[in-house]
Design a protein. Structure first.
Length: 251
């Protein structure tokens, strides 16, 4: 590929991620909200809340199936926007202010390549407009590493937990199977998996049972990689859709 084309791809990646960062930074200006459960929140509504919030903060695959390789390393900025209906009762009764139409979760994500096709990764987020944080990790194994003809196939297990929220304990576990095949600088991928959500309320306003929720999720994505830099977009589909973009550097 011509150097001019590579420079254009890098510039486009930078512009897109800058736009994401600006949206994240300004999304909550003047409208910061807290999780604050209303006494009207019922068990059924709490289950709906746990399901959608759990999917929003669960670990997004955001990577092709092919492994980084040893001793590979990748670190980048990432943002996931999950579309919700802010007028739904379970959102209106869960926050101290008006909930947003999109739950945007900015993240710092790092991955390390190990021998035998194994990658490990971690993600951290601070979500200032809802005064919350997120911590998670993953282990991915490429059963097929892929090559000139063969695609890569991988399985992944992951975990996340919500931080700094007094009203709610929210933990997710996930497992997925993915396939990818690189063509020049483009690597499309797709997969399907299961997300298990554990939601526990800790509010003085309500007395609700814990919820254990399981949801199937499919996803498709595209990674554009040039030396040292990659840009990725992904769409994930369950009961609510999520859209992820990531700009990373690695070797």
């Amino acid at each position: 590929m011509a150097p001019q084309s590579i420079r254009r791809i890098k510039a486009a990646s930078g512009i897109l991620c800058l736009a994401i960062a600006m949206h994240v930074a300004t999304a909550g200006l003047g409208r910061a909200i807290d999780f604050e459960f209303d006494p009207g929140l019922t068990q059924a509504l709490f289950k709906d809340l746990g399901e959608e919030a759990g999917l929003a903060v669960s670990y997004m695959p955001a990577a092709p199936a092919e492994p980084l390789g040893f001793p590979g390393f990748d670190i980048g900025i990432e943002a996931t926007a999950t579309s919700i209906d802010s007028d739904d009762a379970h959102w209106q009764l869960a926050f101290s202010g008006d909930p947003p139409d999109f739950l945007v979760v900015p993240k710092l994500r790092a991955r390390v390549g190990l021998p035998f096709g194994i990658d490990i990764g971690a993600v951290y987020s601070s979500i200032p407009y809802i005064k919350a944080g997120l911590l998670g990790g993953e282990v991915k194994w490429a059963a097929l590493k892929g090559g000139a003809v063969m695609p890569a196939v991988a399985v992944r297990g992951a975990y996340t937990t919500l931080l700094s929220v007094d009203e709610l304990d929210l933990t997710t576990y996930s497992a997925d199977l993915s396939i990818s095949k690189g063509f020049l600088i483009f690597t499309p991928y797709a997969g399907v998996g299961q997300v298990w959500i554990q939601a526990e309320e800790k509010s003085a306003a309500v007395a609700l049972s814990d919820e254990r929720i399981s949801k199937t999720r499919g996803f498709v994505g595209l990674q554009i990689g040039v030396p040292l830099v990659s840009f990725l977009v992904e769409a994930a589909f369950a009961s609510v859709p999520s859209y992820t973009a990531r700009l990373s550097v690695g070797f």
